[in-house]
Each structure stands twice: as C-alpha cells, then as structure tokens.
Design a protein around this ligand. Structure first.
Ligand code: PLP
Ligand code: COI
Length: 338
C-alpha cells in the first residue's frame, strides 16, 4: 500500500503513486471489462502503434473532497466526449460512456484515501489514457487498444498558487497546425510544445502563449490551458481550430455570463492584448491562472497587467472552486457526487 501524503497543502502538481488504477482492453472489435490493477506499469509490444505513430490520447479531470466529506467529480461527461473526439481524430475506437463512467468512479472510489481533504487547496487529478497497443510497422491504425485511468493527488499547477504569472509569446514555433491535431488531446501536441516550454521556463516565464500557425496573427492558447482576456465587462476567448476546447473555459464562460459579462468566442488578434484589463489562462490543472505580463519579443512588445489577480479573475476563480467543492449549489449539473 502506498503512503498517504504527509502535507496535503504542499503537494506539487506531480505524479504521486496511489494504490490502484483501472484498465480496459479493446480487442477483436470490442471493449472488455474494467479491471483493477495495483501495478504502475504496463507491458507493451515493442511495435505498439502508440509508441511509433502516436496513437495515444489522454484526458485530465479532477475530484474534490467537500466540507461535507462528499466526493465530487467535475464534468466527467465532457472529458468522455472529448476523449472520443480525440479517438475519432486519430482513428482509435471510441470508449463507451458506461465504461468511461465505471472507470472514473472506480478509480476514484478505490483511492479515496488519496483525495486531499477540504481546505488544503489540493485535489485528486484523474488521468484517463487511451493507447494503441497492437503491433504496427506500416503507418496505419492498429486493432488493439488499452484504456487506463490513474489518479494522483495534486496541488496547484504553478507552485505559487493563485498568483499572477509571466508569459511569453513564442513566434518561432507552431504548437499545432491550423488543420492539424490541436483540438485533440493527443501526445504529439505536447511533444511539439516541450522545447519552447522548457526554453520559456529557463528564461523565467511560466507559460508560452502560442499564436495561430498559419498567420501568427491570432492568439491560440497558453501552454496547457486556454487563454482569456477581459475588457469592458466582456470575457474574450479565442476561437481556433487548433486549440483544445477547454472544459474549464466552457464553465468559466457560463459563470462569466451569470456575472453579467458578455462572452465573446472569436479570433483574438495578438495586438488586442494591449486592450485587456485582465488576462489569464484556464484549465483543469491551471484552474484560473491570472497573467501579470506577456512578452512578445520578436514583435518588440511587452503587455503588462496588474501584479495582483484582477477583480473578475478572482470572482470567477472563487465561484468555480465553490461549485467544485460543493460550497455553492451546482445549478448546472456539472458535479457528480460519488
Ligand atoms: N489547452 C490545453 C493544450 C490543455 O492541455 C488543457 C488541459 O487539459 C486545456 C487547454 C484546458 O482544458 P480543460 O479545461 O478541459 O482541462
Ligand atoms: C489538464 O489541465 O488537465 C492538463 O492536461 C494539463 C497538463 C497537465 C497537460
């Protein structure tokens, strides 16, 4: 049995071993049963299509422990839908809803002691992974797949927590092509972002803001999160074929409208950064991460915002967390109580 974290409040966003994961195999054209495993490893064929041709997709969602002691899983249905969008995109079999649901609920229930207590700022990150396991040498989809789900108790994605971060625009790299795989949550997109991400870290930035690959005129997204800007009581977020449809962003858009903000999903020219009163990144891991500055070196621009999280970012962050933790009513049916 794995050890329980000693100090939940100090957990980083990192892999932490837990007792169980769950797995389901696709073979002979059908899915098997959801099995429980206590191994952290998988045995993989040396010619598996996931290893050679990138047939792999993953998801990220969270479970929270409320003040009432209940466990709440946030919007797993949306992650299931998006995993199947990715699966269709790279020719993997879709995962039936019942299997995804059983797997999520099982992996959380089996690892209950690893769900951080209420008030620690930490949560249980759930990582579904779908990979091609069948052997392939020619470039083609394979016929055997594995769905794995594991969990990890995590703290904030940025160790500073809900603090403003510095971001840089990377113009010398394309994260995802305009008509490529950017809207799928597939490993290749992340591989394409590693070098620019590490360079940005070495230069003291927390995230990279990627622009559209075709014209380098519009904002795409922000490392592992969607971008938003707020001005004149309007929440603006990029519409692009090469970004992930963030479930956090979807939720934040709903909350922003409820707060009386207008929501605009559209192309966002990079120069518009000068007009925003607040900017930020949002995602499951990043939650809402407000931005302090955006450097666009090649364009000779530096966009500066407040050092402190802006009024709307704070409101949206608090509201989102309150719903996730069960402190406020979930009017939207986002939360599944286990
Ligand atoms: N964009 C990218 C590239 C991501 O990796 C993520 C994280 O999942 C997001 C956006 C945010 O999506 P979500 O809010 O669904 O986690
Ligand atoms: C998430 O927010 O769930 C992500 O997948 C981000 C990152 C850790 C890849």
């Amino acid at each position: 049995m794995k050890t329980i974290p000693e100090d939940w409040g100090k957990l980083p966003f990192a892999y932490y071993p837990t007792n169980y994961n769950v797995r389901c195999t696709y073979r002979d054209g059908k899915w098997g049963i959801v099995e429980i495993s206590s191994s952290e490893h998988i045995v993989l064929h040396i010619s598996a299509s996931s290893l050679h041709y990138g047939q792999e997709a993953f998801e990220g969602l969270k479970a929270f422990r409320g003040q009432d002691g209940k466990i709440r899983i946030f919007r797993w249905q949306n992650n299931w839908e998006r995993m199947n969008l990715s699966a269709r995109g790279i020719l993997m079999p879709e995962v039936p809803k019942e299997i995804f649901e059983e797997a999520v609920k099982k992996v959380v229930s089996l690892n209950q002691e690893f769900i951080p207590p209420y008030g620690t700022g930490a949560s249980l990150y759930i990582r579904p992974l779908l990979i091609g396991t069948g052997a392939k040498l020619g470039v083609a989809p394979t016929d055997e797949y594995l769905l794995v789900m594991f969990v990890s108790p995590v703290g904030p994605y940025f160790p500073t927590g809900f603090k403003c971060v510095d971001v840089k625009v990377a113009r010398d790299v394309d994260r995802a092509a305009t008509l490529g795989t950017g809207r799928y949550k597939v490993g290749g997109n992340y591989a394409a972002s590693l070098a620019s991400g590490e360079q940005a870290h070495d230069e003291g930035f927390k995230m990279v803001l990627y622009l559209d690959a075709k014209e380098k005129k519009y904002i795409d997204e922000c490392g592992p999160a969607n971008f938003f800007g707020i001005k004149n009581k309007t929440y603006v977020t990029p519409d692009s074929s090469s970004i992930l449809q963030s479930i956090t962003n979807l939720s934040v858009c709903t909350l922003a409208e409820e707060f009386g903000l207008k929501v605009e999903r559209r192309k966002v020219p990079v120069e518009e950064l000068a007009e925003f009163e607040e900017t930020g990144a949002c995602g499951t891991a990043a939650v809402i991460t407000p931005i302090k500055s955006i450097q666009d070196k090649e364009a000779g621009k530096m966009y500066a915002y407040s050092d402190e999280p802006g009024e709307w970012s704070v409101k949206l962050y608090k509201k989102l967390q309150a719903i996730q933790l069960g402190d406020e009513e979930d009017k939207y049916g986002w939360v599944t109580v286990l």
